[in-house]
Design a protein around this ligand. Structure first.
Ligand SMILES: [Zn+2]
Length: 449
C-alpha cells in the first residue's frame, strides 16, 4: 500500500483556506480555484507590470471565462525576461527580497533575472515543508547538498522549511570533495540527501562497489533539477538501497515545481500555485492529455513577478490515469529533454543529451561527462570528456565506447561514415566539476540546432 501524497491535503487546504478542513480535493475544485486565481493574476499583471500591460493589452481578465481561455493568451519566453526583467515587476523594487541571476539560455546572451518578494519565498518554503513530509519521517536528518550560504538561496529556503517539521536539516552546500561530504554524512548520521544528480552520483560511487569505509546509511535521496537521467537514479538506488525521489524545479518556478510521491512514478505538481500546460514546441498549440511536448506554466500566487504562459523549454507529458498513491492530483512524467537539446547529425537523425546520459551514466565508474559536437571535412565529431571514479580500471574506455555505440543514431551515423568519435578524455583527479546545464555543446557552423 502506497501512502497518498500529503501534497493533496496541502493543496486542498490552500484552495479552501482551511487547515485540516473536512471534505476532499476534486479536479473540479482545482479547476474552479485555478480559474479564479488566473483572473486575479492576469488583472494584477496587466495593472502593475509594464511587460504584461503591453503583452496582455487585448486580454482583459474579465474576458477569461474558462481555463481553456488561457490558451488564447500569448506566451512569455526566456528572452522576454532577459531583455528587461524589471518590466515584469508587479511591486516596488523595495519589496524584492531576493534576485536570482541565471545564465542565458536564450538568443540574447543576456542573463535572466528573477525576482521574489518575501511572500513569494514563503510559497516556496511552504511547498518544501509539505514536500519533505512526502519523503522523510520525524527524526530523520537531511543533508542539503545545495547552495545555502545566501539568504533566500535554494538550500537556505529548504533548510528553513525543514525546520518547521520534526525532520532535521543539515545545510552543507555544493560538494567539492566527496570524502569530506561522506565524513560529514557519517558524523551527522544523515539518512536523507537533497542534491544535484551528478553530484549525488559522485558521492554514491566514490568508493568502489562493496566498500563502505564511511559507514553511511542512506534511506532517501531527493534529486533537485529539471532532468534526472534514469541511469543515475538506478545507480544511486543500487549503491545505497534507498528510494530516489525526483523534484522538478527551476528558478522561474520559484525553485519548486513538482515532486514524486512514494510511488516514484512521476511528479505531482503544485496545482494551487501553477497551471501547467503541455504544448507543441513548434506551433505552440495545446496537446491532448498524455502527449509529449513543452511544459508551459502560469503562476497563480506570485506577487512580485508573476509569469503567464512561461515556456520552460523542457519536454515532458502528463501521465493519463490515476497514480498508484490514489491522489486526484495529476502526474507529470519526468522531464526527458530540452526543446533545444536535440542535435541534428550530418548523416540524419537527432542526438540528445538524455540519450548520452542514459548510455554513459549506465557505465559503472562514470561520474560525469560533457559532450561536444564539431564538424570537419564533411564529418561530425563527437567528443566526450568523462569524470571517472578513482577505482576504475583501464577497460572503462572500452565500456564507454560500447555505450556510445549502443545509441542507435550514433551507431548509424558512424556506420555511414558521417560521424566519428574522438578519443575519450578522462578526468580521474577526484575533483568534482562545477554543476552546469546538461546540454550537448554544438560547435558546428550554422547548425541551427
Ligand atoms: Zn502519487
Amino acid at each position: 500500500m502506497i501512502d497518498k501524497t500529503p501534497l493533496e491535503q496541502w493543496i486542498f487546504n490552500k484552495i479552501t483556506g482551511r487547515a485540516g478542513g473536512a471534505g476532499r480535493l476534486t479536479p473540479a475544485l482545482i479547476a474552479s480555484y485555478q480559474l479564479k486565481k488566473l483572473k486575479e493574476t492576469v488583472a494584477l499583471a496587466r495593472e502593475k507590470s509594464l511587460f504584461y500591460r503591453a503583452a496582455l493589452g487585448g486580454f482583459p481578465a474579465d474576458k477569461i471565462s474558462s481555463l481553456k481561455d488561457l490558451q488564447s493568451l500569448p506566451f512569455t519566453t526566456a528572452n522576454d525576461i532577459s531583455q528587461n526583467p524589471l518590466r515584469f515587476l508587479c511591486c516596488s523594487q523595495d519589496d524584492i527580497k531576493r534576485v536570482v541571476t541565471l545564465e542565458s539560455s536564450g538568443t540574447t546572451g543576456l542573463p535572466k533575472r528573477i525576482f521574489f518578494t518575501a511572500d513569494d519565498q514563503e510559497l516556496t518554503k511552504d511547498f518544501f515543508h509539505h514536500g519533505m513530509t512526502v519523503i522523510a519521517k520525524p527524526g530523520d536528518k537531511v543533508l542539503i547538498l545545495l547552495p545555502y550560504e545566501r539568504p533566500g538561496s535554494v538550500g537556505d529556503l529548504f533548510a528553513e522549511s525543514v525546520r518547521r517539521t520534526n525532520i532535521m536539516p543539515v545545510p552543507y552546500g555544493i560538494i567539492r570533495d566527496p570524502e569530506d561530504t561522506l565524513k560529514v554524512m557519517a558524523a551527522e548520521q544523515a539518512d536523507t540527501l537533497l542534491g544535484i544528480p551528478a553530484q549525488v552520483l559522485a558521492l554514491a560511487c566514490h568508493e568502489a562497489p562493496g566498500e563502505n569505509k564511511f559507514q553511511v546509511n542512506i534511506k532517501n535521496v531527493i534529486l533537485n533539477t529539471d532532468h534526472v537521467p534514469r541511469a543515475v537514479v538506478n545507480r544511486i538506488k543500487k549503491r545505497w538501497t534507498c528510494r530516489v525521489f525526483n523534484h522538478y524545479a527551476m528558478t522561474e518556478m520559484g525553485l519548486g515545481g513538482g515532486l514524486e510521491c512514494a510511488a516514484l512514478a512521476g511528479y505531482h505538481m503544485r496545482e494551487a500555485d501553477f497551471i501547467f500546460e503541455i504544448v507543441d514546441p513548434v506551433t505552440g498549440a495545446a496537446l491532448p492529455e498524455g502527449a509529449e511536448g513543452e511544459i508551459v506554466f502560469t503562476t497563480l500566487t506570485r506577487g512580485g513577478m508573476p509569469l503567464i504562459r512561461y515556456r520552460t523549454g523542457d519536454l515532458a507529458r502528463f501521465i493519463p490515469g490515476p497514480c498508484p498513491c490514489g491522489t486526484v492530483l495529476r502526474r507529470m512524467a519526468p522531464v526527458k529533454d530540452r526543446v533545444k537539446g536535440l542535435v541534428a547529425l550530418a548523416g540524419g537523425g537527432l542526438l540528445s543529451m538524455s540519450m548520452l546520459d542514459e548510455a554513459l551514466f549506465a557505465v559503472a565508474g562514470v561520474l560525469d561527462f560533457t559532450a561536444t559536437i564539431s564538424f570537419g571535412s564533411g564529418v561530425d565529431y563527437l567528443a566526450v570528456k568523462t569524470r571517472l571514479a578513482g577505482w576504475v580500471g583501464e577497460e572503462i574506455t572500452e565500456s564507454i565506447q560500447k555505450a556510445l555505440l549502443s545509441i542507435p543514431v550514433v551507431a548509424e551515423n558512424i556506420k555511414q561514415g558521417s560521424l566519428a568519435l574522438t578519443p575519450i578524455e578522462a578526468d580521474c583527479s577526484g575533483r568534482l566539476w562545477k554543476p552546469s546545464k546538461r546540454i550537448i555543446r554544438d560547435l558546428r557552423p550554422q547548425s541551427g540546432a
